[in-house]
Structure formats: structure tokens, C-alpha cells
Design a protein around this ligand. Structure first.
Ligand SMILES: *Cc1c(COP(=O)(O)O)cnc(C)c1O
Length: 438
């Protein structure tokens, strides 16, 4: 007979009794305290960082699910590891929801992030001696589109196209570049381009040299799903996106295509090409957020994001702050501080002390240190999720204008920052966040 007491004693000798039962708060006070104060920070401030959003409670639960324990390598039905029945069903659901949301035939939901998705595309489809035309970084592009600082920069020869004096993509000049360089791929989309993209025009330019057309829709993917902006399909060969900006889900990336050969090449290029086993808990989070994005309420969210971004842009301008391109067709609003004689980074810090979070942003022709810049980038996806509407956007734009004006006038900003911080906190008190988790 087995000695039960002896078994359980030796068990607890190597394993903390509460290993499977203690919550984070019970098990690790240090990390729990940080999570609590981060919750307070998120709750009390006006979130205008364009690459942020608030996931639903359901997505949060999916991220904390036991899928985080499972290792699988490969794709559904063709895994290296056993026990993948549920993982396969999960990934298949995520894929079918992604295809339904974006209207594509194929989706790869494994990329750990937006950049991993882009690296997989470069690995699958371009060679280091081939040219890729990308939007210049200072004009709204993204460094993972062939930028020297990123691995993608050694996977292709990047040639940059530009925006015109109105801040819009100069399609004529891009066409001339395409004729000159005969690119293998043209990349559109970026981190700070606030206007709708003319995909039919880009397709025609790509066809001049038989180039592939890739759109990185990270910032406005939610608006694509909500049908509030032009659809990259059927014009693009490949579409990449992050899932955590306007798509309102967990951190991660997705690659979409209608071309079976490209889809196959992207499988290997993603894993084992640029990563190994997928983060299944993140795939669970992606599946849940895509399910949310397929509901009719998400179309209303998309419209609200766009209305909020436009309200913020027009009130900033009404109060004397220049906005790139004079407005927006996306969640993004790019403020140009040059007329006010201000730099981006000090104003990011002042706004942060005033309870409004955003980031600095290079603007076309910016000759300031990239650690300073002359611009501010705002995004309204997160604030819209909290429930803020155009009335709040107008109040926020006025607060930003007050602070920028005061900075322009010179002197101590401290009292005004404190006053606006109080107003920000009071505004956000009306828009609860994760009530049940408090
Ligand atoms: C945010 C963003 C990315 C980066 O994604 P990570 O998840 O940080 O790797 C890639 N492309 C564009 C256009 C982005 O805006």
C-alpha cells in the first residue's frame, strides 16, 4: 500500500502548495503592486498614444488562458508536437475570423508582432539584391519596411518615396521611381501617415514593373474591418497588420493574402523562418478580438474613431496648432509644432504631466534631432474604446492647445500642467475601465 501522507509531504517539498491556486496578488506582491498602479495610470489618464488600445475583458482572459502552456510548431494538422487538437481548432478559428474580417483567402496569425510579420514577408518574397520602394520614415513610413536600423534593411535594397508639400503620397514621383528602379515590391502604409491610401493607383504603378504590392495597415486595420476606409484587397498582394492598435486586440501580427503560393511561402518564412512556436495565448487573444471586430458594433466603433480623430484635428487647428495634411482619414492626427517654435519631446513630457499621453513624431522636412522632433502624434483608438466622443475630443484639443500656447509664451508650465491633470482625471472618471478587476 502507498503511504499517502508520505507522498503529499514529498510533493510539497518540491512544490509550493499554492502553485496552482494562488493568484498574482497572493503570490507576488511586488509585481501585483506594479500591475495595480499601471491600472490606475491607465484609468486616470487620457490615452492618445496611437499604438495603444484597451482590450476587452474577454481578450484579457484569453491572454491569461492555459493556451500559454502549449507548445506547437508548424501549422494546424501538421504539427511537430502532439496534443495539438485544441491548438489546431483555435488557430483555424483565428484564421477563418481573420479572413472574414479582412476579406482575404489566406491568413497567417502566428507572427509575434507587426515587425515579425513584415520580416516574414521580406524573407519569403524579396532578396537582398532586389529593390523595395517604401515611404520615407520622416514622412510617415515605418522602419520595418527596409529601414537600415531594422533587419528588413539587410533583406532588400530600400529606396524611399515621399510625400508632396501637402503631406500626401506623391504618386507621380513614386511612379517615376518605379520606372527607374523596377522594384520587386512596393510597400505602403506606415506609422504616421494620416490619409487614405489610393490602392488602385499603387496597383497600377506596381504592375509597371511586375512588382508585388504590400500594405502594412497596422494603424488603421480596425477602420478597414469597419469599412471606414479603402479596402487594400483585391489590389494588394500582401497585407500585414498589428492586432493591438485600431483592431483593439492583443499584441501581435497577422499576414493576409489571396495568393496561395504566397501564403505557402509565408508559412515557412514565418516559422521556422523568423520565429519558432507561436504564442497560442496570443492567438487566442487575436481570435477573440477578431470575433469582436466581426460584430456590427465594431462598425460603429470604426465610425466613432474616425469622427473623434477628425474632431481632434479640427479643434487643434481652430486653436492654432498646425495639423499635417489639414486633417485625417485614420485614427492618427499629426501635429506640426514648427509654427509655434516648439519641439516634440518636451511637449510629450509636459502633456504626460497633464494626464495626456502621446508621443513625439518626425514630420516631413524635420531638421530637429530625432530624439526631439518637431511633431506630436496622437491616436484616438484607445480613448474611443473608453467611450469618449467628439465633445471630449474638443475639450482635449483645447487642453492641448492651452499647454502648447503657454509653452510658446515661455515661463513655468507647472501650474497649468497640474490644472489640466485634474481636468483629465475628472474627465476619465466618467469612463470606467475593467470595473470588475478593481
Ligand atoms: C506599430 C507598427 C508596426 C510594429 O509592430 P510591432 O508589433 O511593434 O512589431 C509595424 N508596422 C507599422 C506600420 C506599425 O505602425
Amino acid at each position: 500500500m502507498t503511504d499517502q501522507s508520505k507522498t503529499s509531504a514529498s510533493h510539497s517539498a518540491w512544490m509550493d502548495e499554492q502553485y496552482f491556486t494562488a493568484s498574482l496578488h497572493e503570490a507576488d506582491a511586488e509585481i501585483a503592486a506594479l500591475a495595480d498602479s499601471e491600472m490606475e495610470r491607465q484609468r486616470n489618464s487620457i490615452e492618445l498614444i496611437a499604438s495603444e488600445n484597451f482590450v476587452s475583458r474577454a481578450v484579457l482572459d484569453a491572454l491569461g488562458s492555459v493556451f500559454c502552456n502549449k507548445t506547437v510548431v508548424g501549422y494546424p494538422g501538421r504539427r511537430f508536437h502532439a496534443g495539438a487538437h485544441e491548438a489546431d481548432a483555435l488557430e483555424r478559428l483565428a484564421v477563418s475570423r481573420a479572413c472574414a474580417a479582412f476579406g482575404s483567402r489566406f491568413a497567417n496569425v502566428q507572427p509575434h508582432s507587426g515587425i515579425q510579420a513584415n520580416l516574414a514577408v521580406f524573407r519569403a518574397l524579396v532578396r537582398p539584391d532586389q529593390t523595395v520602394l517604401s515611404l520615407s520614415g520622416a514622412e510617415g513610413g515605418h522602419f520595418s519596411h527596409g529601414g537600415a536600423a531594422n533587419l528588413s534593411g539587410s533583406m532588400a535594397k530600400a529606396v524611399y518615396y515621399h510625400t508632396d508639400s501637402n503631406g500626401l503620397i506623391d504618386y507621380d514621383a513614386l511612379e517615376a521611381l518605379a520606372r527607374e528602379h523596377q522594384p520587386r515590391m512596393i510597400v505602403t502604409g506606415g506609422a504616421a501617415y494620416p490619409r487614405e491610401i489610393d490602392y488602385p493607383r499603387l496597383r497600377a504603378i506596381a504592375d509597371l514593373s511586375g512588382a508585388l504590392l504590400m500594405a502594412d495597415i497596422a494603424h488603421f486595420a480596425g477602420l478597414v474591418v469597419a469599412r471606414c476606409t479603402a479596402d487594400p484587397f483585391p489590389h494588394c498582394d500582401i497585407v500585414t497588420t498589428t492586432t493591438y492598435k485600431s483592431l483593439r486586440g492583443t499584441r501581435g501580427g497577422i499576414i493576409l493574402t489571396n495568393d496561395e503560393k504566397i501564403a505557402e511561402a509565408l508559412e515557412k518564412a514565418t516559422s521556422p523562418g523568423v520565429q519558432g512556436s507561436p504564442l497560442l495565448h496570443a492567438i487566442a487573444g487575436k481570435a477573440v478580438c477578431l470575433g469582436e471586430a466581426l460584430r456590427p458594433s465594431f462598425a460603429a466603433y470604426g465610425r466613432a474613431v474616425l469622427a473623434n480623430a477628425r474632431a481632434l484635428a479640427s479643434e487643434l487647428q481652430a486653436g492654432g496648432t498646425a495639423v499635417l495634411t489639414g486633417g485625417t482619414d485614420t485614427p492618427l492626427v499629426i501635429a506640426d509644432l514648427r509654427q509655434r517654435g516648439l519641439k516634440g519631446q518636451p511637449m510629450v513630457e509636459a502633456l504626460d504631466r497633464a494626464g495626456i499621453t502621446c508621443n513625439r513624431c518626425e514630420i516631413p522636412g524635420d531638421d530637429t534631432d530625432p530624439a526631439m522632433t518637431s511633431g506630436l502624434r496622437f491616436g484616438v483608438s484607445a480613448a474611443t474604446t473608453r467611450g469618449l466622443g467628439t465633445a471630449e475630443m474638443i475639450m482635449i484639443a483645447r487642453a492641448i492647445n492651452r499647454l502648447l500656447e503657454a509653452a510658446q509664451a515661455g515661463g513655468d508650465l507647472g501650474p497649468l500642467e497640474a490644472q489640466i491633470a485634474g481636468e483629465s482625471r475628472a474627465m476619465m472618471a466618467d469612463f470606467p475601465l475593467y470595473k470588475a478587476l478593481a
